[in-house]
Design a protein around this ligand. Structure first.
Ligand SMILES: O=C(O)[C@H](CS(=O)(=O)O)OP(=O)(O)O
Ligand SMILES: [Mg+2]
Length: 235
């Protein structure tokens, strides 16, 4: 299938089907947030918008990347998020790359946000829908981030069938600059397990679909059944 891989600066027009990839760490974090009970994630374009949205509704939480900051309840780290209890909550998320990429294609008829932890369900969701060619938005480094590109290519291949060896794609992500920066402590709001948690193939059995709801861009999990175990291979 003739998929299209593009960075945020290269987006032109509105894609028919968009899959926005951020492995490290926005859409790994989003998946963990859903697993910790979050009901929906509202994507914000700025930190001040995130705080304003949080303040406008009772019980909403806000998360941003970087260091912990006043008014925000969480940071963009799967390792720090995995012990939170967010049952039934709405979470407003703002990050440097992932949420920006999703908002850039928010008007597309079908938008999914993805990372390795939901790769199989994302591919299966698209296959079940017979979506046809996908525009993968590679959010990191202007479209050059190898952890995002590897994940996009992996999902693209799994759309054609689940018999795809994961190891070469995971190796690219593990040796990416983002992984080195994270492991080297160069990013704030970090837990030592973050890289490993970002590289767990099919940790969750849902895809994440973004839709427009009352002028907000809202991400929700959609359960996908019958995902066969991923082919891990060596490496
Ligand atoms: O928190 C992250 O890992 C990054 C922040 S930065 O781009 O590395 O400064 O944000 P994300 O949008 O999740 O890539
Ligand atoms: Mg990223």
């Amino acid at each position: 299938m003739d998929h299209h891989f593009v960075g945020i600066p290269g987006l032109t027009g509105v894609p028919r089907v968009a899959v926005v990839i951020d492995v490290m760490r926005a859409f790994t974090v989003a998946a963990w947030a859903f697993s910790r009970g979050v009901e929906r994630i509202v994507l914000a374009s700025t930190e001040s918008e995130a705080l304003a949205l949080k303040e406008s509704r009772s019980g909403w939480l806000a998360l941003k990347d970087g260091a912990p900051a006043a008014g925000f309840d969480a940071v963009n780290s799967p390792g720090l998020l995995r012990s939170c209890d967010f049952a039934g909550r709405t979470l407003v998320q703002k990050t440097t790359a992932g949420t920006v990429g999703a908002l850039a294609v928010a008007n597309a008829p079908l938008v999914l946000c993805a990372s390795f932890v939901v790769a199989g369900p994302t591919a299966r969701f698209l296959r079940n829908k017979d979506s046809g060619p996908v525009t993968f938005v590679v959010t990191g480094d202007g479209g050059q981030a190898d952890e995002d590109l590897a994940c996009a290519e992996y999902i693209g291949q799994r759309m054609a069938g689940d018999d795809v060896e994961a190891a070469p794609f995971l190796h690219r992500a593990r040796t990416s600059r983002a992984a080195a920066d994270l492991a080297g402590g160069l990013r704030s709001g970090y837990h030592p397990d973050d890289v490993d948690l970002c590289l767990e193939i099919d940790r969750f059995s849902f895809a994440m679909v973004a839709r427009q709801e009352e002028s907000l861009t809202v991400l929700r999990p959609v359960a996908v059944s019958d995902i066969p175990p991923p082919v891990r291979g060596s490496g």
